[in-house]
Design a protein around this ligand. Structure first.
Ligand code: AP5
Length: 215
C-alpha cells in the first residue's frame, strides 16, 4: 500500500505517520526528516535545502523529486510506504504519479488532514522534538514525563528553528498557495480521504484508520 499524509504544517502528519505506518506495516518516509538528516550530514543536498527551509518556503521540486524517488525505490519501501510531507506541489504530484507508474505502482489513498491555522500555530509554537530518535512532543498536549527530556532515550529535547512565529506564518502562506491545490488534484483522481485532524491525537489516529479501512 502507498499512502500520502497531506496537511498544513503542524497538522500532526509526523505524529500520525509513526502510528499509521506501524498499524499498516508501511515504511515512513518524511521529506522534512530526510532533508534535516541531509543537513546534519552536511551533504550537497542539505546545503542546497538549508536556506529554503530556514525561510519557510519550499525546496525546488527537482531536488525533492529525485531525493524522494531514491527513498521510495529502496527495497525497504517495496512492500509499502507512507509519504509524509511529499508531494507538496502539483508538479511534485505529477512527477510522483509518472515515476510510480513507470514501476507499475500507484498511490492507494491521500489522507487530507484538516485543521485550521489557529490550531496549527498553537501546535507548532509548543512543539519539542528529540534530536536522537525523532519523537515529537508538545509542551501542553503531549508533554514528556520530565520537562525537556525524551521519555524513550533520555536525550535533551530541542525546538525546530522553523517553528519561530514569523517562519510559521510564512510556512502557512506557502501551504495555502502551493500545497492546498493538491486537495483538488487528488479529489479529481478519486483517492482523497479527508479527516478532521482538529481532535486529540488518538481521535485523529482512529479517523485515519477508518478512512483507510478496506484499502
Ligand atoms: P516538514 O518537516 O515536512 O514540516 P511541515 O510539513 O511544515 O510539517 P511539520 O513537521 O512542521 O508538522 P507535522 O504536520 O508533521 O506536525 P507534528 O506531528 O510534528 O518540512 C520542513 C521544511 O522542509 C519545509 O518548510 C520545506 O522547506 C522543506 N520541505 C519538506 N518537504 C518538502 C517538499 N515535499 N517540497 C519542498 N520542500 C519541502 O505535530 C506538530 C505539533 O503538534 C507537535 O508538538 C505535536 O505533539 C502536536 N500535535 C500533533 N497532533 C496533535 C493533536 N491531534 N492535538 C494536539 N497536538 C497535536
Amino acid at each position: 500500500m502507498r499512502l500520502v499524509l497531506l496537511g498544513p504544517p503542524g497538522a500532526g502528519k509526523g505524529t500520525q505517520a509513526v502510528r499509521i505506518a506501524k498499524a499498516f506495516g508501511l515504511l515512513h518516509l518524511s521529506s522534512g526528516d530526510i532533508l534535516r538528516a541531509e543537513r546534519k550530514a552536511k551533504t550537497e543536498l542539505g546545503r542546497k535545502a538549508q536556506d529554503y527551509m530556514d525561510r519557510g518556503v519550499l525546496v525546488p521540486d527537482d531536488l525533492i523529486l529525485s531525493m524522494m524517488m531514491d527513498h521510495i525505490a529502496r527495497p525497504g519501501a517495496a512492500q509499502g510506504a507512507l509519504l509524509d510531507g511529499f508531494p507538496r506541489t502539483v508538479a511534485q504530484a505529477e512527477g510522483l504519479d509518472t515515476r510510480l507508474a513507470a514501476r507499475g505502482w500507484k498511490l492507494d489513498a491521500v489522507v487530507n488532514m484538516e485543521v485550521d491555522d489557529a490550531d496549527v500555530t498553537r501546535r507548532l509554537t509548543g512543539r519539542w522534538s528529540c534530536p536522537q530518535d525523532g519523537r515529537i512532543y508538545h509542551e501542553q498536549f503531549s508533554p514528556p514525563a520530565r520537562k525537556g527530556i525524551c521519555d524513550d532515550c533520555g536525550a535533551q529535547l530541542t525546538r525546530r528553528k522553523d517553528d519561530e512565529p514569523t517562519v510559521v506564518r510564512q510556512r502557512l502562506e506557502t501551504y495555502h498557495a502551493e500545497t492546498e491545490p493538491l486537495v483538488a488534484y487528488y479529489r479529481g483522481r478519486s483517492i482523497l480521504k479527508s479527516v478532521d485532524a482538529g481532535g486529540s491525537v488518538d481521535q485523529v489516529t482512529a479517523a485515519i484508520k477508518e478512512a483507510c479501512r478496506g484499502l
